[in-house]
Design a protein around this ligand. Structure first.
Ligand code: R1P
Ligand code: URA
Length: 234
């Protein structure tokens, strides 16, 4: 057990999927895993472990924002030995060609700052996905006929942004979408030498202002879960 995860040693699989929403963790575990069992509910941050095609998998909420995912990713890696961490999250599209419900594979994550800034100081570290996982996710998606966008995303500290000029600059530099956790996940995976990837589904559109309801964000993003699971065990 750790401060934030009540699972016993051995209850967490080496492969962990990390949705921001703990209820998406429950939905994904009940929908995609065989024999899912609840292994954590400290602070309501639900975590389930089961198997997928015979492979042990944990699906655990990360909470919203980089400080929150930092807590869970640190404990999962350092205390439970997680080796592969795949964020499965929602995101807001920043390009017209990226549509609602499209899937984005985050090759890199641009930020203004992350919880790791205190370590990196003058270094503009480039948070990047594990290439093997990224390539596998692209192969799995292509084989399933799911079109994906692959590229740079924006990991923001805020959902309600008072700086529209930042979005304009990001969009002009080809950034595909905005979310709130991937950059710090990539920083931590690099630091600890484990594999990290973010697979995202577009839930909002910053240009058209379309937005999916909370119920869809919780329990209708199956394609990204299938891509994440397929990539983890390719
Ligand atoms: O749907 P999740 O995975 O929580 O991801 C996105 O949704 C939350 C904001 O609504 C942030 O956590 C953002 O990154
Ligand atoms: O961080 C996020 C997540 C979904 N949609 C957004 O606009 N921002």
């Amino acid at each position: 057990m750790t401060v934030h995860i009540g699972a016993k040693a051995g209850d967490i699989a080496p492969t962990v999927l990390l949705p921001g929403d703990p209820y998406r963790a429950r939905w994904a575990a009940e929908t995609f895993l065989e024999n899912p069992r609840l292994v954590n509910e400290v602070r309501g941050m639900l975590g389930y472990t089961g198997t997928w095609q015979g492979h042990p998998v944990t699906i655990h909420g990360s909470g919203m924002g980089m400080p929150s995912i930092s807590i869970y990713a640190n404990e999962l890696i350092r205390d439970y030995g997680a080796q592969t961490l795949i964020r499965v999250g929602s995101a807001g599209a920043m390009q017209e060609r990226v549509k609602i419900r499209d899937v984005v594979l985050a090759q890199t994550a641009t930020t203004l700052s992350t919880p790791s800034r205190g370590i990196f100081r003058e270094i503009n570290f480039a948070p990047s996905a594990d290439f093997g996982l990224l390539a596998a996710a692209h192969r799995v998606a292509t084989a399933k006929g799911i079109a994906t966008h692959v590229g740079n995303i924006y990991s923001s500290d805020v959902f309600y942004d008072e700086r529209p000029d930042l979005n304009e600059i990001m969009a002009r530099h080809g950034v595909l979408c905005v979310e709130m956790e991937a950059a710090e996940l990539y920083n931590l995976c690099a630091r600890h030498g484990v594999r990290g990837l973010a697979v995202l589904t577009i839930s909002d559109h910053l240009i058209t202002h379309e937005a999916l309801p909370a119920s869809d964000r919780q329990s209708s993003f199956g394609e990204m879960i299938e891509i994440a699971l397929g990539a983890a065990f390719s």
